[in-house]
Structures are given as structure tokens and as C-alpha cells.
Design a protein around this ligand. Structure first.
Ligand code: SER
Length: 337
């Protein structure tokens, strides 16, 4: 018979790396990872890695023939800056890749007679504020407000939120027999900052890039203006959000898509925090009009009230703790400052 397992796509990416380590530590279940890249050496040996493309239907069929997948963390995606260079390719990966997996999870739910849990990270990029004046006037947005993304990445994330909801609630609504639906759950993340990895291809990357450059003793030219403001969260809280939502009792959930966030600050305030710990850091501002435009379209803050009320969400790290207890000590160790 097939072995039971949890599938994690995009496992070699930033969230993937942190999630796989945490799941390997906590959970006894077999982890199956899928990524275009090989896994770094540092990954737990207990993981079964499949190197391949999410768009390869044969590969997905082979996976399902070997494993009974009861949970999927679908992390693979092209991020916001990179996606703007190749929007149609980003659409293929972000939308068709997600659709392939939703279909797989949907079929597997039928086979098992029990819903497959489908965890999906969405993003602040699902929002689009029309101008800086509106962004200043409405600093806090709820899940269903201002859903007018300005990037291909944001469009694909918002659309996949809807697709996940469709497969969980409305799929085959005209069929005679009631299908067993999958259980789609999604968190909308702010910009994420890890002490152990540096992101690539995103637009919130200016925060983590600034910090890691300072720790390496390298100068950094920030690609957004000092007054550019978005929310952030550190990686341990992102993993906590994904795992807590995945374990929340279904009857507690009033939505399928939840904002989660931790602290908001401008790029100038981010620099000041970095300078507090790395006083010699050379950080300048050389805004890139296009990338700044993306950040300007993202809200300054997101309301995570629904997540707090429904499943008790609360970040462990506010701004102070994030720097003093997680980012700075680990980054110092990493670069041996
Ligand atoms: N960090 C992502 C990006 O910048 C947003 O979700 O693209």
C-alpha cells in the first residue's frame, strides 16, 4: 500500500527550508519535498526529495501512486519582482502549478473519503492601493478590502485564493453525488525576514537584504525611498502561522483566507534598527521607481483580527524582540561578526 506523507512544494525556498526543518522536528510523518532544485545539504535526511517541475503532470501522478498525501504545503511560486520580468511564465507556475495540485488534492480527497488539507501562503501583494494618499489615509486593510493587485504575482495569489476556496466549497456543485472536498486554508503574509536565508525575486527583499548586507560588512543601496512602509514578520512567526492554521479545528474557521502580520515600519526605520546593532553599516537609498511602485501599492498594515479571533493567532516577535532575540544573534553567528 501507499505510504502516508505530507507534500511540500518549493521546499528549497525560504519558507520551505524553515518549514521542513520545523516539521521534521515536530511531526513523525514522512515528508516529501518537491522543488526544481536539489535540497541543500543541511536538510534533514529523513526527507524524501523529488527534484522536478510542478507543471509535470506525470511526475505528480507518480507521486500519488507512491504516497497517500494527506497534507500539502504548496509554497512554490515566482515572487513579485521576478514575475514582472516574465509575467506569463509566472502565471504558468503560480496558477497552473496550483491548479494541478488542487486537482490532485481534490482527487485524493475522493479516494480517501476524507479532505486533504491544502495549505497555501498568499501575500500582501494580493492588495493594491491606488496611490500614496489612499495608502496613508487607510493604513490598515481587512482581507476583503482593496483586492486590486498591481503585479502578476499579486494577481496569481489572489486568484489562487479563490480557486482554493472553489475546490473546497463549490467544486462539482451540479454533480449528483456530493464529492468529498479538500480543505483549503491560506495565510496572507507580509514581507518575511529570516536570519538564515536571504530572499530572492521579491520586492519586500529590501528589508532582509539591508540587514544581511550590514552583518556581512557590505554597503547596501536600498531600492525604495526611506518613507516606504509595509508590514513584516520574522520567519519563525510565519512557520508558526502556517502550522497553527493547519491544526485549527475546522469548525473554528469563519474564512479560508486569513491575514497575519507582526510589525510595520518604513525602510528608513528599518535602516535605523539595523544601525542600532551594526553601527558601521553603510546604507543608502537609491529608489528604483518600478520596484518602489510595487511597495507603494501594498498597504502599510493588514488587520489580522480574524486570525486572532478564530484560531488564536498572535506573533511571538514584535519589532524589538524580532531584532534582539531572533535576527541579530542568529545573523551575527551566521556571519561570525
Ligand atoms: N515577499 C513577497 C515579495 O516581495 C511578497 O509576498 O514578492
Amino acid at each position: 500500500m501507499r505510504k502516508k506523507g505530507i507534500l511540500i512544494t518549493g521546499a528549497a525556498g525560504e519558507i520551505g527550508e524553515a518549514l521542513v526543518h520545523e516539521l521534521a522536528r515536530q511531526d513523525g510523518q514522512q515528508l516529501i519535498t518537491l522543488d526544481l532544485k536539489p535540497l541543500p545539504e543541511s536538510f534533514p535526511r529523513s526527507v524524501t526529495h523529488v527534484q522536478g517541475d510542478l507543471l509535470d503532470q506525470d511526475l505528480l501522478a507518480r507521486l500519488v501512486s507512491e504516497y497517500e498525501i494527506d497534507t500539502i504545503f504548496h509554497l512554490a511560486a515566482l515572487l513579485s519582482t521576478r514575475a514582472e520580468f516574465t509575467p506569463e511564465a509566472a502565471h504558468r507556475v503560480n496558477v497552473e502549478g496550483t491548479l494541478n495540485l488542487l486537482k490532485l488534492a481534490s482527487d485524493q480527497s475522493q479516494w480517501r473519503g476524507e479532505p486533504v488539507l491544502f495549505m497555501f501562503p498568499s501575500s500582501i501583494a494580493a492588495y493594491g492601493m491606488p496611490d500614496l494618499e489612499t495608502k496613508a489615509r487607510i493604513p490598515m486593510v481587512r482581507e476583503w478590502e482593496w483586492n486590486y493587485p498591481r503585479t502578476m504575482y499579486g494577481c496569481t495569489k489572489l486568484y489562487c485564493e479563490l480557486l482554493g476556496t472553489y475546490y473546497s466549497e463549490y467544486f462539482r456543485q451540479l454533480a449528483a453525488d456530493a464529492p468529498v472536498m479538500l480543505d483549503f486554508r491560506c495565510v496572507r503574509f507580509p514581507g518575511l525576514v529570516s536570519a538564515f536565508t536571504v530572499p530572492s525575486g521579491g520586492t519586500s527583499d529590501f528589508g532582509p537584504e539591508m540587514l544581511h548586507a550590514a552583518a556581512r560588512g557590505e554597503p547596501y543601496a536600498c531600492f525604495v525611498r526611506e518613507d516606504s512602509c509595509i508590514p513584516f514578520m520574522v520567519m519563525p512567526d510565519a512557520i508558526k502561522a502556517l502550522l497553527e492554521l493547519s491544526r485549527a479545528p475546522a469548525e473554528k474557521l469563519t474564512r479560508r483566507v486569513y491575514n497575519v502580520t507582526s510589525f510595520s515600519l518604513t525602510a528608513g526605520q528599518f535602516r535605523n534598527m539595523v544601525l542600532r546593532y551594526f553601527p558601521d553599516a553603510q546604507i543608502t537609498f537609491e529608489p528604483d521607481i518600478k520596484r518602489n511602485g510595487i511597495i507603494d501599492s501594498w498597504p502599510s498594515n493588514m488587520s489580522d483580527k480574524a486570525a486572532r479571533e478564530d484560531w488564536g493567532w498572535k506573533p511571538d516577535y514584535d519589532l524589538e524582540r524580532a531584532f534582539t532575540e531572533y535576527l541579530v544573534p542568529n545573523i551575527r553567528k551566521r556571519y561570525q561578526v
